[in-house]
Design a protein around this ligand. Structure first.
Ligand code: PMP
Length: 416
C-alpha cells in the first residue's frame, strides 16, 4: 500500500500496519492529517512512557535551546550531561543501593547491547554468550546473534556466532528450564562453552510479552554467580517504569552486572546507555567511542522526566493502579470468549500481551480492526500472534478505559 502519494520512494516500516499519515501527538493521542484522533497503546514500542509531547519535557527543551544550550558535544562533559547524571544517581541509583558506572553508547538500544556484549567478552576472555528463546536484543550483527527470532536473520545469512540459546522461563510450561542450563554448565564437555555472560529481558517485549518469574530470575542469578558468568539485563523496552518499578528486575531482588537502557530513558529522544559494575571497567582509553554518544537534548529531556516522575518513585503507584484496570478488562474479554478461544493474558505493570492460543493469525487482524476503531496497537511474538499493550504510563484513566473499549469492539467485530 502506498501511503505517501506523489512520492517516488516508498518507505518501509509501521505505515504498513497503520495506513495513515500522523501529524500531531499529545499524551496518549495521535492525530492524523485528516484530524482523526487515535488512542496510542503502542507508545513507540515503549519509548513514550511519559506520553507524546510531555509538557515538562517540551518546556525544558524549548528553554534549553533558547538559552543556547549545547546540542552536540561529542563525548565532552557538558552541563546537561552533569545534571542528568546527578539526577539519575540521586533519584534512581542511590535509593536502590545500586552501584554502577554509566556509559553512553550510540543512540539506539542496539548500541547499548553491543557495548554490553563487547565488554563482557573483554572482561571474561570468553566468546560465548547465552541468550534465551524469543529474546530480542537488536538487529546489528552482535545483537542479532543473541536475538531469538530467526526471521530477522535467516534471509541475510547472518549466523548466530558465539551465542547459545537456552529456553526462557515458561517455554516448557511448568518445567524449570534452568535445569538444562545448570546441567550443561556442570557437564563441561556438553558442547556448551562456558559463557562470558547471559543476556535477557525479564519481560520479553518483541518476543511475545513472556514474563520471567521472580524465582526463575533468582535462580538464574545464582547460577551466574556460581559459574562466574556475567548477568546482563536488557531493560531497553520494559525498564524506565514500564513494569511499575524503574528497573524491571527490582521485583526479583537481583543485582545484575550490567543493565542496558534506551527507549524511554531519553523521554522520547534517542539515548542509550549501559550500566555496569565499577570493577568491570576494563576499557582501554578510546576502545569504545563514537560520534553520537551523549545527546544533550536527551539529557535535558531525561533529567526533567526523572525529576517529575521519579521523586520517591511517585509514578509507580499510578502504573500498578492502571495495570489492574488493564488486566481486568482483558480478562473480561477472555472470559466472554472462553468457550471457543483459549486466550492467555500475561504481563507486568503496563506491558501486557493478549494471545489467542488456538488461532495465532487473529492478533494481526485484531490490530487492523483496532485501527478502524481509532486505536493504535501492535502485535509481537515470533508469529505476530500476541496483541501487545504498551500505553504511555501517564495515560489518563478515562482514555485507558476508552482504549480498552475500542479493543473489545475490535475483538467483537472479528469474532462475531
Ligand atoms: N533490546 C530490546 C529489549 C528491545 O526491545 C529493543 C528494541 N525493540 C532493542 C534491544 C533494540 O533497540 P533499538 O531498536 O533502539 O536499536
Amino acid at each position: 500500500m502506498r501511503i505517501f502519494e506523489n512520492l517516488e520512494s516508498e518507505v518501509r516500516g509501521y505505515i504498513r500496519s497503520f495506513p495513515t499519515i500522523f501529524k500531531k501527538a499529545k499524551g496518549a493521542i495521535l492525530t492524523d492529517e485528516q484530524g482523526v484522533e487515535y488512542i496510542d497503546f503502542f507508545a513507540g514500542a515503549g519509548t513514550l512512557n511519559y506520553g507524546h509531547n510531555n509538557e515538562h519535557i517540551s518546556k525544558a527543551l524549548i528553554e534549553y535551546l533558547q538559552e543556547d544550550g549545547i546540542v552536540h558535544g561529542l563525548d565532552m562533559a557538558t552541563s546537561a550531561k552533569k545534571e542528568f547524571l546527578q539526577t539519575f544517581e540521586s533519584l534512581i541509583l542511590k535509593p536502590r543501593n545500586l552501584e554502577y558506572k554509566l556509559q553512553f553508547t550510540g543512540p539506539t538500544g542496539t548500541n547499548a547491547v553491543e557495548t554490553a556484549l563487547k565488554l563482557a567478552r573483554l572482561v571474561k576472555g570468553r566468546s560465548n554468550v547465552v541468550a534465551f528463546t524469543n529474546g530480542y536484543h537488536g538487529l546489528s550483527q552482535g545483537s542479532l546473534a543473541v536475538t531469538g527470532n530467526n526471521e530477522y536473520r535467516d534471509e541475510s545469512y547472518i549466523s548466530r556466532t558465539n551465542a547459545t540459546f537456552m529456553p526462557f522461563d515458561g517455554y516448557f510450561g511448568d518445567m524449570n528450564t534452568l535445569t538444562y542450563f545448570r546441567k550443561f554448565l556442570e557437564d563441561g564437555s556438553s558442547g556448551v562453552d562456558l559463557p562470558a555472560a547471559v543476556i535477557l529481558e525479564t519481560i520479553q517485549g518483541e518476543g511475545g510479552i513472556n514474563v520471567a518469574s521472580k524465582e526463575w530470575l533468582q535462580e538464574l542469578e545464582a547460577i551466574c554467580r556460581e559459574f562466574d558468568i556475567l548477568l546482563i539485563i536488557d531493560d531497553i523496552q520494559v525498564g524506565n517504569g514500564r513494569s511499575g518499578e524503574f528497573f524491571s528486575f527490582e521485583f526479583a531482588g537481583i543485582n545484575p552486572d550490567m543493565v542496558t537502557l534506551s527507549k524511554s530513558i531519553g523521554g522520547g529522544l534517542p539515548m542509550a546507555l549501559l550500566l555496569f559494575k565499577p570493577h568491570l571497567d576494563q576499557w582501554k582509553p578510546g576502545e569504545h567511542t563514537g560520534t553520537f554518544r551523549g545527546n544533550n537534548l536527551a539529557f535535558v529531556a531525561s533529567k526533567v522526566s526523572l525529576d517529575h516522575y521519579w521523586q520517591n518513585d511517585n509514578i509507580s503507584k499510578a502504573v500498578f493502579y492502571k495495570e489492574k484496570i488493564l488486566r481486568e478488562a482483558l480478562e473480561k474479554i477472555a472470559t466472554k470468549y472462553k468457550d471457543d478461544y483459549e486466550i492467555e493474558i500475561r504481563g507486568r505493570g503496563l506491558a501486557y500481551g493478549f494471545e489467542i492460543k488456538n488461532d495465532k493469525s487473529m492478533a494481526s487482524d485484531i490490530s487492523a480492526y483496532a485501527f478502524q476503531e481509532q486505536l493504535i496497537i501492535e502485535t509481537c511474538g515470533s508469529e505476530s500472534q500476541v496483541v501487545k499493550f504498551l500505553p504511555p504510563l501517564l495515560i489518563d484513566e478515562e482514555l485507558l478505559i476508552e482504549g480498552l473499549k475500542r479493543f473489545e469492539n475490535a475483538v467483537d467485530r472479528l469474532i462475531i
